[in-house]
Write a protein that binds this ligand. Structure first.
Ligand code: UDP
Length: 629
């Protein structure tokens, strides 16, 4: 055989191999979609199923047609990785604030580790050295600094790629994060869905076609369909990665979650409570809620950035929604509660529970017909309720779907202090949520039913010594505690309660004297806009001989005021003697003023001026003025 023929044969073999790898990659991708679709397919309506099959077939055909180009893509991607290596650029100063963008991040299924390849174009910012392990590069979940949720990677020289299995590239951008507790609806929304939703919108290229990769290693969980609503492609679970390839590489990966939307800390380091520096308002929560409701097929009014809310239902269609739990933390006199609420507020009362959803999920696992309907029904009901009444618990996270002006009534079992457990109160009272919030607690031991013999995680205390059991049973309030296994807390929170309805109604009436629901006449959902700086601020000092001195200050209204309708505009002027720490504030209505009281001659004053809308919306100070008398 001629040498050239041997070379040609070799080349053909190499090309075939490349193509094969590539085609396999495509097959993998298509196969993965198909597998994910098959597992989720039972949840689809028949027309959606047919549409989806068509779309999948079209995608497969397009993939084949492009196979030659894609082979070149594969070779290019491999070369870029083998020569250039991995690149990482992060935002955030500390591991709890960090989200990182990678090019060429890989995952070894055998090692079950993410891998950073050092090549000639590698960059790693921040380049932390050993501090990358103190304690980690970043939090993979939105729960702050939880030591089971850290992300790091192993490092290798890019040359090691020759010794490793041939990489399989995941063509689309991925967002890699941990779900914190995918079986608890509160955690699903607060720790996962909201942070995922806004992280996807924070970085270019993610909102459209990104794939979510859940790296925490758990199964689908009870609410997987909600995660599926966030992106066009089905999310990947860590356990699915080995089936995709032994070495998976992501040309574009974002790792970590924005914590900007979280409002609550669960008590890992200190007793639970609202986060100290909440960055989210009801506006962003409602934008997210509207997105999700629409994906669930629940109408929320016309689209657009700030659409008018759907018209309130006519008064005879108003209703109070009572959220019930069927497995534990029961309301024992539900029928009486429904009846008396209806009588007091002259409204229908309806009940709803999450259990239908769980059953649906179980049905699905057994091959039944699943769908997003049950949760969609919950959302539909909540989104038109005037009042939502519920025992404390994860189901109350659905309050984020309530219409503005509605009331959240949270019931607490005996010996549980509402002020110590406020995830739903904090949500309901975020500025811009426009909800009213009422907490009621059972103060009568005769109205509670305890379950000391249940397993410890459902409030049982049989595993404790007698004295401790006795102490817990006698205790009248659970002292503040850390998460998550405090037996006294679990004992009390899993009690069932006979609600003292007259006491509950008295409590609600303190907050809702009239009819619950949107307040007529009050514009709902108006955003609070702040004044900008006052303009053309000037001051002039003068001495008046024996009469003392005077300081004349003038300014123009803020630039944005002329575009706004503001009920009350005031100006605050602070006078500070140079060198002194204290200042004297003055609240003024006009745009100029001459100060004479306590103004000293031959003295230099610093003058600070700002505008205030409606008593509470204080704008920024204009540049400080310096004037002497
Ligand atoms: N759950 C439910 N019905 C029940 C008890 C629990 O649907 O009778 C759901 C609950 O909404 C949450 C999950 O099961 O999504 C876990 O409940 P758990 O009591 O552990 O948490 P909590 O509600 O106290 O946050």
């Amino acid at each position: 055989m001629h040498l050239s023929a041997v070379v040609n044969a070799l080349l053909a073999a190499v090309l075939a191999a490349v193509l094969w790898r590539h085609v396999r990659l495509r097959e993998h991708a298509a196969g993965l979609e198909a597998a994910l679709e098959a597992s989720g397919g039972q949840q689809r309506e028949p027309e959606a199923e047919a549409e989806h099959a068509q779309a999948t077939a079209a995608a497969a055909a397009a993939a084949q047609a492009q196979s030659a180009r894609a082979a070149a893509d594969y070779a290019g991607a491999l070369r870029a990785l083998a020569e250039g290596g991995t690149r990482m650029l992060c935002t955030g100063r500390t591991h709890t604030e960090r989200v990182c963008r990678f090019r060429g991040l890989c995952y070894s299924s055998e090692a079950d580790e993410f891998v950073f390849f050092h090549g000639n174009a590698s960059a790693m910012l921040p380049n932390l050295g050993a501090r990358r392990f103190q304690p980690a590069l970043l939090d993979l979940s939105a729960v702050e600094d939880h030591n089971t949720q850290y992300f790091n990677f192993a490092e290798l020289p890019a040359a090691a790629l020759r010794l490793l299995p041939r990489p399989v590239f995941v063509p689309e951008p991925v967002l890699i994060a941990n779900r914190f507790n995918p079986d608890n609806l509160m955690h699903v929304f607060h720790d996962d869905l909201l942070p995922l939703f806004y992280t996807l919108r924070q970085f270019p290229g993610l909102a459209g076609g990104a794939r979510l990769l859940f790296a925490e290693g758990r199964g689908r969980g009870a609410h997987f369909r909600l995660y599926e609503l966030l992106s066009a492609r089905p999310p990947l679970l860590r356990a699915q990665l080995p089936a995709l390839g032994r070495l998976l590489c992501f040309p574009q990966a974002f790792v970590g979650l924005s914590k900007a939307t979280t409002w609550y800390q669960y008590g890992f380091a200190q007793p639970q409570g609202p986060k100290p520096n909440i960055l989210v308002s009801g506006h962003e929560i409602r934008q997210f809620a509207r997105f999700l409701a629409e994906r669930l097929g629940v109408p929320t009014g016309p689209g657009g950035p700030d659409p008018p809310p759907p018209p309130p239902p006519p008064p005879d269609q108003d209703y109070i929604l009572v959220f019930t739990r069927t497995r534990n933390r029961l309301i024992l006199n539900e029928a009486q509660l429904l009846l008396e609420l209806a009588r007091e507020f002259q409204m229908k009362t309806l009940t709803v529970s999450l259990e239908e959803e769980d059953e649906e999920e179980e049905g699905e696992q057994e091959g039944g017909q699943g769908g997003t309907r049950p949760f969609a029904d919950v959302v539909r009901l909540v989104s038109r309720a005037s009042m939502l009444v519920s025992m404390h618990g994860a189901q109350l996270i659905t309050a984020l779907f309530l219409p503005r002006g509605a009331t959240v009534v949270e019931l607490f079992p005996y010996a549980v202090n509402p002020d110590h457990y406020t995830p739903y109160k904090t949500l309901a009272t975020l500025p811009g949520m426009d909800l009213r919030y009422v907490a009621w607690r059972n103060t009568r031991p005769e109205d509670t039913v305890t379950h000391p013999d249940r397993p410890w995680d459902q409030g049982g205390i049989g595993h404790l010594d007698r004295a401790e059991q006795e102490r817990i049973v006698q205790s009248r309030e659970v002292p503040r505690h850390l998460c998550c296994r405090n037996p006294e807390w679990l004992f009390r929170i899993y009690q069932d309660t006979r609600v003292d309805v007259p006491s509950l109604i008295r409590t609600i009436r303190r907050t809702v004297p009239g009819r619950p629901g949107p307040t007529p006449g009050r514009p709902q959902g108006a955003v609070s806009l702040y004044p900008s700086k006052v303009r053309e601020a000037r001051c002039q000092g003068s001495a008046r001989g024996d009469a003392g001195a005077r300081l004349t200050v003038s300014w123009q209204m803020p630039w944005n005021l002329r575009y706004l309708k503001v009920k009350e505009v005031k100006y605050e002027v602070w006078l500070q003697e140079q060198g002194e720490n204290t200042y004297v504030p003055h609240l003024l209505t006009l745009q100029n003023h001459t100060f004479t009281d306590n103004i000293k001659p031959s003295t230099t004053y610093l003058v600070w001026i700002r505008c205030i809308f409606n008593k509470i919306l204080s704008g920024p100070f204009a540049d400080v003025l310096v004037c002497s008398t």
